[in-house]
Design a protein around this ligand. Structure first.
Ligand code: FAD
Length: 385
C-alpha cells in the first residue's frame, strides 16, 4: 500500500508542477455561450479562399485581445486549432483545473501534453483562450485568504523572514503578498477568450478547429513578406486566407507553435531547414532558439487534517528572486496500476495533498538555435492539431 501511495504521490506532484492545483472531481455547472460566440464558427464552414486586413494565427492569451482590438478598425480573421472553452465545465471552473490538465489524451483535449528534450512533462493550450484557458490564473481582482492553506503559508513566510508583508499587490515585490487570479469569486475562469466580446462584430471572424500549416510568402528580391496562410479544417480540407493590400499575418501561436510555423514556412536557420528538406525563404538563425523552462521544485505532503481546495494566492518573493507558494487539493485515490488483483473500492477514497513550491528565476542555460521544434517527420507533415 505504501508503494502504491508513493507512486500516486509522485504522479500527483508531476501534475502539480505544471501549475497550481484544484479539485479533480469538479462538479460541472451549466455553461452558457457568451453573445460574441455568434462570430465564432467551425473552420469547416469557411470558404476555401477569403481576404482580410489582419490574419491572426493562434486564439490564445495574446491572439484574442489582439483580434478584438484590431477589429475596431480592420477586417480580422482569428484562426485557432482548438475548440471553444465554454462547453467544457471542468475547464471553466477552478475546481476542474486538475482534471483539465490530466485529460490530455484526446485529439481535441484543451490541454495538449508534451515532454521536453530533457524529459520534463508539460502542457500547452489547444482551445480558444489558449493557455490562459488551462493555466493557474494570473492577475485580476483581489481574492481573500480565508483558505487554511493560504493563511498557513502567509504566516509561515512571514515567520521565516520573507518581509515585508505587502498585502494585495499585482507587483512582484520582495516580501510576502496576496496575488490576483483569473478565477472570479465564484470559481469561474475568465480566459482571454472572454476578451473577444470587445470585438466589433461586423469586422471579425473567428475560425475554430482551424490548424494553420504554413504562412504563404511572396519574395520580391530582397523583400520576403507574408501574403496569407494555409489552414486545414477538421475534415482535412484546405483553406487559403489571404491579406488585402498592406494587411499583415500575425503569429501568436505560443512559444512552441510560433517558431514551429515559421520553420515550416521556410523561415529559420538555413542549415537546419535544409536537413528537413524545407526550402529556405528567409535565413533567420535564431528562430526556435533561446527558449528556456521556468522550473519549479515542490514538496507534497498528505496533511493530517482535512484541507480545502486552494489555488495559489499567497506568494513569497525572496531577495534572490525565488517565488514561494503553496496549494492544496483533494484527490480521489485511484491506483495508477491496473491489475485484476486490485479492485476499485465501492466508494472512492479522497486524499488531501498540500504542495509547497519554489519557482526559481530561471535556469542557467537557455536553448540555442540548434534545438528548434521540428522533432519528427510528423511535425514536418503538419503542425499538431
Ligand atoms: C499549466 C499551465 C499553468 C500556467 N500557470 C500560469 C500562471 O499561474 N500564471 C501565469 O501568468 N502564467 C501561467 N502559465 C503561462 C501562461 O499561460 C502562458 O505564458 C501564456 O498563456 C502564453 O500565451 P500565448 O498567447 O503566447 O500562447 P497561448 O495562450 O498558448 O496561445 C497559443 C494558441 O495558439 C494555438 N495554436 C498553436 N499552433 C497553432 C496552429 N498551427 N494553428 C492554429 N492555432 C495554433 C494554440 O491552440 C493556442 O490556443 C501557465 C501555463 C500552463 C500551460
Amino acid at each position: 500500500m505504501s508503494k502504491l501511495m508513493d507512486c500516486y504521490l509522485l504522479y500527483t506532484v508531476l501534475l502539480l508542477l505544471l501549475g497550481s492545483v484544484s479539485l479533480s472531481n469538479a462538479r460541472p455547472r451549466a455553461n452558457r455561450h457568451p453573445n460574441f460566440m455568434r462570430f465564432v464558427t467551425n473552420a469547416t464552414d469557411f470558404a476555401s479562399e477569403d481576404y482580410y486586413d489582419y490574419i491572426i494565427v493562434g486564439g490564445g492569451t495574446a491572439g484574442c485581445p489582439l483580434a478584438a482590438t484590431l477589429s475596431q478598425s480592420f477586417r480580422v480573421l482569428l484562426l485557432e486549432r482548438g475548440g471553444v472553452p465554454y462547453t467544457r465545465p471542468n475547464l471553466m471552473t477552478h475546481d476542474g483545473f486538475l482534471t483539465t490538465l490530466t485529460d490530455v489524451g484526446g485529439v481535441d483535449s484543451p490541454a495538449q501534453s508534451f515532454v521536453s528534450e530533457e524529459g520534463v512533462p508539460n502542457a500547452r493550450g489547444r482551445v480558444l483562450g489558449g493557455s490562459s484557458a488551462i493555466n493557474a490564473g494570473s492577475t485580476a481582482e483581489p481574492i481573500n485568504t480565508s483558505s487554511r492553506t493560504q493563511s498557513a503559508i502567509r504566516d509561515a513566510l512571514i515567520e521565516v523572514g520573507v518581509h515585508p508583508f505587502n498585502g494585495f499587490t499585482l507587483e512582484h515585490k520582495v516580501g510576502t503578498k496576496i496575488g490576483g487570479s483569473t478565477f472570479d469569486r465564484s470559481g469561474r475562469r475568465h480566459s482571454s477568450a472572454d476578451l473577444l466580446r470587445f470585438s466589433r462584430n461586423s469586422n471579425i471572424r473567428v475560425a475554430v478547429y482551424a490548424t494553420v500549416e504554413r504562412v504563404l510568402l511572396s519574395d520580391s528580391g530582397s523583400n520576403v513578406s507574408a501574403i496569407g496562410v494555409v489552414y486545414r479544417d477538421q475534415l482535412g480540407r484546405y483553406h487559403h486566407a489571404m491579406i488585402r493590400d498592406r494587411g499583415e499575418v500575425i503569429l501568436s501561436a505560443g512559444s512552441l507553435g510560433t517558431p514551429q510555423l515559421m520553420l515550416l514556412s521556410g523561415i529559420g536557420p538555413r542549415s537546419y531547414l535544409s536537413t528537413w528538406g524545407i526550402p529556405v525563404a528567409l535565413d533567420q538563425p535564431h528562430v526556435g532558439g533561446f527558449v528556456y523552462d521556468n522550473p519549479r521544485n515542490g514538496i507534497s505532503i498528505v496533511p493530517p487534517v482535512p484541507m480545502e481546495n486552494s489555488l495559489i494566492q499567497v506568494v513569497g518573493v525572496t531577495e534572490e528572486g525565488a517565488f514561494l507558494e503553496a496549494a492544496s487539493t483533494v484527490i480521489p485515490f485511484a491506483s495508477p496500476l491496473h491489475s485484476v488483483f486490485i479492485r476499485a473500492p465501492a466508494s472512492p477514497l479522497y486524499v488531501p495533498v498540500t504542495t509547497i513550491m519554489e519557482k526559481i528565476l530561471g535556469p542557467v542555460s537557455v536553448g540555442s538555435g540548434s534545438s528548434p521544434y521540428l522533432e519528427s517527420e510528423k511535425d514536418i507533415a503538419y503542425p499538431t492539431p
